[in-house]
Design a protein around this ligand. Sequence first.
Ligand SMILES: Cc1cc2nc3c(=O)[nH]c(=O)nc-3n(C[C@H](O)[C@H](O)[C@H](O)COP(=O)(O)OP(=O)(O)OC[C@H]3O[C@@H](n4cnc5c(N)ncnc54)[C@H](O)[C@@H]3O)c2cc1C
Ligand SMILES: NC(=O)c1ccc[n+]([C@@H]2O[C@H](COP(=O)([O-])OP(=O)(O)OC[C@H]3O[C@@H](n4cnc5c(N)ncnc54)[C@H](O)[C@@H]3O)[C@@H](O)[C@H]2O)c1
Length: 451
Amino acid sequence: MAEQVDVVVIGLGVGGEETAGRLAQAGLDVVGIDPRLVGGECPYWGCIPSKMMIRAANLVAETRRVDGMAGRATVEPDWAPVARRIRDEATDNWNDQVAVDRLVGKGVTFLRERATITAPGTVQAGDRTFEASKGIVVATGTVPVVPPIEGLAGTPFWTNHEAIEADTLPASIIVLGGGAIGLELAQVFARFGVAVTVVEAADRVLVLEEPESSALAQEVLERDGITFRTGVRAEAVSYDDGFTVRLGDGSAVTGEKLLVATGRRTDVRGLGLDAVGVDPSARFVAVDEQLRAASNVWAVGDVTGIGAFTHNAMYQANVAVLDILGADGAPRARYHAMPRVTFTDPEIGAVGLTEQQARDQGLDVRTAITQIPDSTRGWIHKAGNEGFVKVVMDASRGVLVGATSAGPVGGEVLSGLAVAVHAAVPVKELQQMIFAYPTFHRAYGEALKNL
Ligand SMILES: Cc1cc2nc3c(=O)[nH]c(=O)nc-3n(C[C@H](O)[C@H](O)[C@H](O)COP(=O)(O)OP(=O)(O)OC[C@H]3O[C@@H](n4cnc5c(N)ncnc54)[C@H](O)[C@@H]3O)c2cc1C
Ligand SMILES: NC(=O)c1ccc[n+]([C@@H]2O[C@H](COP(=O)([O-])OP(=O)(O)OC[C@H]3O[C@@H](n4cnc5c(N)ncnc54)[C@H](O)[C@@H]3O)[C@@H](O)[C@H]2O)c1
């Protein structure tokens, strides 16, 4: 006998947890279903533990910068407190009881099951069936892509899960993929003494960002001792105590461990999307600007294929919640000012379009770039001051459509640029601003002058 509810939320990562909690707090009868940990990738195997690792690795690097600037310091990196902090403080030893209690406390009925949509408005989970009068929210996220490389399947390779759970570090590691996950973890491992080789099939790392970002990231990570092999594909993997990866140019790289960080994909097998008219074979669940995927079906977060970031999942959850509640003036999702930060040291923040994306859209593009070491604050900062600010202007509208802020606290410096792109603040207006001296963000004041 089906149980009557208002909404069923399938998947309780950041997007689903936020959606379910908000709808329940608004008084709806909500069921939230997830076979794994409430909170999903971000708190247990993603953003939070990886940023704890980065904090530790940056402390090591900053200590090494004392010599020549503030005396002498030595640091003996030790992974044990990092692993302990991730186990004890970030993940409660990968136990989500606190998150479950928080969700249930908001009034959500929680089931630790895998959900299947069996008919419009109907969801099966374990031996229970729910009929949702208002609808279903799909928030099932993504899983790591494991490329079809000969010999890879069946080897004990790492994904982000094993990398985040590691109690001890290997002597050496091959990182397949030079995206955000690959670079952030590669730098952490290198700073803790691991010999790291990054293999990236494209001709540059951070391929979706400005080429200047790719060059900077590779240059500073090489100074951390990381070896890069770009523009070559991994063709075969063998494992015998350690890994050997044969590359397209006939060469090979070896490592005690292999981290596969070659992107993410949805895993909607058995979810029953076809029962509600959503194509289960599409790469992502297509949504409109109210996050509607089909009649009485919404989708939020990574499963939508739009900006695989926690802040985007939260943003989309808000739009979907207000649409489901039929709120007056419910917002429509707009992604023209999507911010993102790769938390390497230096941080590489960006918002909106890259120069190439703007040109591909046929815009009348004008750009300007300033180097952080040439700014007063960058010069004062000295060791670890690498970075730049690049702004991308649509000259016909006189507004910024994109910007990159790389450097110490590059992700924080991004905030002003994000406001400018989001609100289409006229560049003429931005050029009249007073920028505090001597801050890092004065660098974009200088860039704006050159537009
Ligand atoms: C190493 C790493 C670092 C990252 N760092 C950052 C960062 O610094 N900043 C940032 O913004 N983003 C970061 N991200 C990305 C961020 O983690 C994701 O964008 C975010 O987790 C997406 O949330 P989500 O709710 O869409 O999906 P997920 O967090 O993937 O949650 C989806 C949930 O759905 C469940 N599910 C799947 N199928 C079913 C089913 N059939 N029935 C029920 N439940 C199901 C899963 O068990 C899972 O719990 C990082 C990711 C990784 C891997
Ligand atoms: N700081 C952050 O916000 C943050 C941090 C980590 C992850 N994330 C999110 O997680 C998502 C996944 O990250 P990711 O780094 O796995 O994916 P990604 O798509 O950013 O990068 C994957 C890289 O692997 C390369 N690649 C693919 N197949 C390959 C092969 N066979 N051999 C060598 N290289 C190959 C691709 O060219 C690409 O550069 C990202 O989209 C990002 O949004 C965000």
